[in-house]
Design a binder for this molecule. Structure first.
Ligand code: ATP
Length: 323
């Protein structure tokens, strides 16, 4: 039973929560025992992701609590969860609930049965034609535009966090970055603590603050524009089948991006409009990058074979790819 502190606050599990928050948080609380945890799908910075069952197939992200059991992390986790529950969009993974009783902290979402763009582009080496590339990018931009309209930053937009399921884009892991950052036990990567493949999504303002960030352990200066920069990198991967600055050591990438240098596009066989999207998203100054509404506008104007579609009906890529 919560003890009411004031008209606007309650205490749950020893925590003060804004009253409305506390009440609605409980709605999303899933008792850990109700979850049937199956095979491990994979491990990330956050902890491990399992296939599971809870009123149907689900993905269960279990936060690694081995090294973190302080109040701050729990607060962070609950904040992330409260962010998650605000999202309802067909291009965002469906949040179903969370286990919020330490040491069992987990996020339960719908299970994506498709592949990530990372798997399709970098492992399967699938080629995306221009129509398919544009349709995928439009769906990403729609999901991201929705997040931004809700005041939520993704902070970790990358092809590993974008699923393609029967032609429909599903974005995952939004807003979880501050939780993953706290999971020191899971830190993978090189001497700078940079996970492989992460750097090319980081906007210059983030890259430039990397060192200070390491020293002072402060949050990186994420913003809507840094999500747009990351979208630019995803656009590049869709077009080229590889990451920008491919094969270069982290130090070289940090130096170039920090100075405002971009991956050269001379070898990219694409129209000026298509390359312009890259240049806009990768603008050195955050203020020069377009927002997702503008990007959707630009993407919509790209010459392509038109398909009758409505935003509420997923577009099937197989159809568009063949048309
Ligand atoms: P990083 O932690 O560096 O972001 P990652 O994205 O691979 O790496 P996780 O997000 O923890 O790490 O994911 C681990 C694995 O679980 C990945 O293979 C990912 O594709 C898979 N996965 C994550 N969410 C889901 C989901 N909702 N449905 C199916 N598989 C998922």
């Amino acid at each position: 039973q919560d003890s009411q502190v004031s008209d606007t606050e309650t205490i749950t599990d020893g925590h003060r929560w804004p009253r409305q928050n506390s009440l609605s948080m409980r709605e999303w609380d899933i008792p850990y025992d109700e979850l049937q945890i199956g095979d491990e799908i994979g491990a990330g910075r956050f902890g491990k992701v399992y296939r599971g069952y809870w009123h149907g197939d689900v993905a269960i992200k279990v936060l690694n609590m081995e090294y973190v059991n302080d109040e701050k992390t729990l607060e962070h986790f609950k904040m992330e969860v409260s962010t998650f529950r605000k999202t309802r969009h067909e291009n965002l993974v469906l949040f179903m609930g969370a286990c919020m009783k330490p040491p069992r902290l987990a996020i339960v979402t719908s299970l994506s049965k498709g592949n990530t763009l990372y798997t399709l582009i970098h492992l399967r080496k699938d080629k995306f034609n221009m129509n398919k590339t544009t349709i995928v990018a439009q769906q990403i931009a729609q999901g991201m535009g929705y997040l931004h309209a809700k005041g939520i930053l993704h902070k970790d937009l990358k092809t590993k966090n974008i699923f393609l399921e029967n032609g429909k884009v599903v974005i995952t892991d939004f807003g979880l970055f501050s939780v993953t950052k706290l999971c020191h036990g899971n830190r993978k990567g090189d001497s700078l603590g940079i996970p492989p493949g992460w750097l090319c999504y980081l906007a210059p303002e983030l890259v430039r603050s990397l060192h200070a960030h390491q020293a002072h352990n402060e949050d990186l200066a994420f913003g809507k524009a840094s999500d747009v920069y990351a979208f630019g990198t995803v656009w590049y991967e869709l077009l080229c089948g590889e990451w920008p600055f491919k094969g270069q050591p982290p130090e070289a990438i940090i130096w170039q991006v920090g100075k405002g240098m971009k991956q050269p596009l001379a070898n990219l066989q694409a129209s000026r409009d298509v390359k312009d999207i890259l240049m806009l998203c990768w603008s050195f100054h955050a203020k020069d990058r377009p927002d997702f509404i503008r990007l959707l506008n630009i993407l919509d104007k790209l010459p392509k074979k038109r398909l009758a579609r409505s935003p509420s009906h997923p577009i099937h890529l197989s159809r568009s790819a063949e048309s």
